[in-house]
Design a protein around this ligand. Structure first.
Ligand code: AVI
Length: 325
């Protein structure tokens, strides 16, 4: 049965994106919508799972290369450390502790869409690392970057941890890097984490844990549609499925309909038909190697000037500069 939206006017981007994604073929949903309050909590749990090696790998890199990383951040007039997507700051605190202990002259500007996340981070830093001069920035990455482009009295270090770039297709990742590049001056740098290609089984296990946490995280898209769009998805009728293509380095998440079914999304006036075993593509988590990272950098007008990794090259944090200045 054909399913077309009965209305073209949507109140929110979520409504519009859901209507577009579920009336396309093949069906898809955007992974950014996983992150409501429950999705944030599930992602915290994912980061604490042994299978989700990314967090510990990056934490290990920050712990074992703290002094060199801090040194590369520094300049004569000190620096402003701008972190995009600050979260709970667990990994960043390793750097902040060192920077404060060694009396570096810096301000810390965490950027997050959620004021609640920023308030909690500020509160935690007050007691855990009181020497940090924190200036929280609430807003989207792009809006904040535009604003911070004029922040030029001293060196800017833009930091993006967690391999967040991996949730973007290459084309979008280049746009993201270009936006950052445009906000950078000659002396500024970008410090960014990229999960690396590795044994495909390790990657599959990270996104297909036996505890069912990643499954609940993926299915939170269905739960959100039920809660916010008056939909009647039965989460048990969908299977969480993960694939990894070792050639392209792309891990992809799907929700697969276990049977032929009809789902109503009342708020959008939609009746969505699923064939048995039809898919909804929900997320990509791209894995990289040096060649891909250098190519992305070049396309965006950046160049890699240094890299830090763990002993098994499981994960890398690269430092980039603008190439054209
Ligand atoms: C936030 N992002 C980098 C995570 C990732 O690894 O793609 C989200 C995630 N999805 C499933 N597990 C974790």
């Amino acid at each position: 049965m054909k399913s077309t939206p009965t209305t073209t006017k949507y109140e929110t981007a979520f409504e519009e994106d859901v209507a577009k994604g579920l009336t396309s073929f093949p069906k898809y949903l955007l992974s950014k919508y996983i992150y409501d309050e429950k999705g944030d909590k599930l992602f915290q749990q994912i980061m604490n799972m042994p299978e989700y090696y990314l967090t510990n790998c990056e934490l290990g890199i920050l712990q074992s290369h703290t002094a060199s990383i801090a040194d590369s951040f520094n300049s004569k007039k000190g620096f402003d450390l701008i972190e995009l997507g600050a979260g709970d700051g667990k990994k960043t605190k390793v750097l902040l502790k060192h920077l404060v202990a060694k009396n570096y002259d810096f301000d810390y500007l965490p950027v997050d869409i959620s004021q609640h996340v920023l308030d909690e981070l500020e509160e935690a830093l007050k007691t855990e690392i009181p020497g940090v001069n924190i200036k929280t920035q609430q807003g989207t990455y792009f809006k904040t970057l535009e604003k911070l482009a004029d922040y030029n009295s001293r060196k800017k270090v833009i930091m993006v941890l967690g391999s967040n770039i991996g949730n973007l297709l290459h084309e979008k990742a280049i746009d993201f890097l270009k936006n950052i590049c445009e906000a950078m001056s000659k002396e500024d740098m970008l410090f960014m984490g990229f999960d690396q290609k590795k044994d495909p089984q390790i990657i599959l296990d990270a996104y297909n844990d036996p505890h069912g946490i990643t499954e609940a995280f993926n299915k939170n898209l269905l739960v959100r549609m039920n809660n916010e769009l008056e939909a009647d998805f039965n989460t048990d009728d969908f299977k969480h499925w993960e694939t990894y293509n070792p050639e392209t380095g792309t891990a992809a998440s799907y929700l697969v309909s276990k049977k032929e079914q009809q789902v109503k999304i009342d708020k959008l006036g939609l009746d969505i038909h699923f064939d048995a075993w039809e898919t909804i593509h929900t997320e990509i988590s791209q894995k990289y190697d040096d060649n891909i990272v250098q190519w992305l950098a070049k396309e965006a007008g950046l160049e890699v000037i240094e890299e830090f990794s763990d002993s098994e090259n499981c994960y890398k944090n690269y430092i980039f500069r603008r190439k054209d200045l």
